[in-house]
Design a protein around this ligand. Structure first.
Ligand code: ADE
Length: 225
């Protein structure tokens, strides 16, 4: 699977996309992530990609031309299953959406910045708008990283232990059960006996009950979905 990310701040994406599972998945050829600087498509001699909004509001708007040319160029290289604009007014990102994206071949992510992108980009070029939550970030770069991370870890070979993505919170609309590791007692705080019992049927039953109870207590609305 391949992600292309269009941004005005390519350096911001460097660290999150070059560590841990994402780095390993990229090194192993499970996922490709290509970051492109929108300024490379600017026709301005100072590589400017933003301008004042018509109507006189505060803040700057990403111009249509560099974004249009960047998207057109990338689309001439390959077909994109989705061209996603990251924005607080988009559809809310979820595990279900991550699962669906993990089945795609090529995804293009356009990171919003400043006051956002000229609306003509949203009307004519993007196929989808995605928000990672009801709060406003300084730009869409962190949202793009969140989307890449959540999707890449689901890809076959993306994680060391491939079964572990199946036991994540939300994968079956339940929160994950508690996990523990050695030592079995610390400060007088004991790991539940059942986890030390070696009885796998009992352990699974305990984990399912805990997952259900935690969901009921902390996120009851998930049980209605
Ligand atoms: N850009 C700014 N805020 C955002 C959010 N919550 N989700 C996605 N992109 C954003």
């Amino acid at each position: 699977m391949r992600f292309d990310i269009l941004t005005v701040l390519p350096d911001l994406l460097d660290s999150p996309l070059n560590h841990s599972i994402i780095k390993r998945a990229r090194d192993n050829g499970v996922a490709e992530v290509h970051v492109h600087d929108i300024r490379d498509w600017s026709v301005d001699k100072h590589r400017k990609v933003d301008d004042y909004p018509f109507g006189g509001d505060a803040g700057m708007v990403m111009q249509v031309q560099p974004v249009h040319d960047a998207i057109r160029f990338l689309c001439s290289q390959r077909h994109y299953d989705e061209i996603i604009y990251t924005s607080p007014d988009g559809e809310r990102f979820s595990q279900k959406m991550a699962n669906a994206f993990s089945l795609k071949e090529n995804i293009l992510l356009l990171c919003g910045h400043y006051k956002g992108v000229d609306h003509r980009v949203r009307e004519h070029l993007v196929t989808r708008e995605v928000s990672i939550g009801d709060y406003v970030l300084t730009g869409g770069e962190l949202a793009a990283c969140v989307i890449c991370d959540a999707v890449i870890r689901l890809l076959p070979g993306g994680m060391g232990d491939e079964t572990s993505a199946l036991t994540d919170s939300f994968q079956d609309n339940l929160l994950a059960p508690p996990v523990y590791t050695r030592p079995s007692e610390f400060n007088g705080w004991r790991v539940p006996d059942v986890l030390l019992s070696g009885n796998h049927a009992l352990i699974t039953e305990w984990q399912e009950r805990e997952a259900y109870e935690r969901t009921r207590r902390l996120r009851p609305e998930l049980l209605d979905e």
